[in-house]
Design a protein around this ligand. Structure first.
Ligand SMILES: [Zn+2]
Length: 78
């Protein structure tokens, strides 16, 4: 994933988040159940319930998020 794709994944992602089994925040490297995401920005981008950043990515095709992948994103994009 490049930076542009990452921005796309964290923006307007409410539907994708709700359809995932889990989602992950790459700022604080935490994995959440979609129902734990209580806050979305006005443009419907998920807000992390842990660190309150808009850096939550939905699960991949199989619906889950790899911890290692969040670590990778954190190292390269934060
Ligand atoms: Zn977070």
């Amino acid at each position: 994933m490049n930076r542009r794709e990452l921005i796309l994944a964290t923006s307007f992602n409410k539907k994708a988040i709700e359809e995932s089994i889990e989602c992950g925040c790459y700022t604080c490297i935490s994995i959440h159940q979609p129902e734990h995401i209580k806050e979305y920005t006005d443009d419907e981008s998920a807000v992390c319930p842990n660190c309150f950043q808009v850096t939550v990515i939905p699960g991949e095709a199989e619906g889950s998020v790899e911890y290692d992948y969040l670590e990778y994103l954190n190292e390269h994009f934060i």
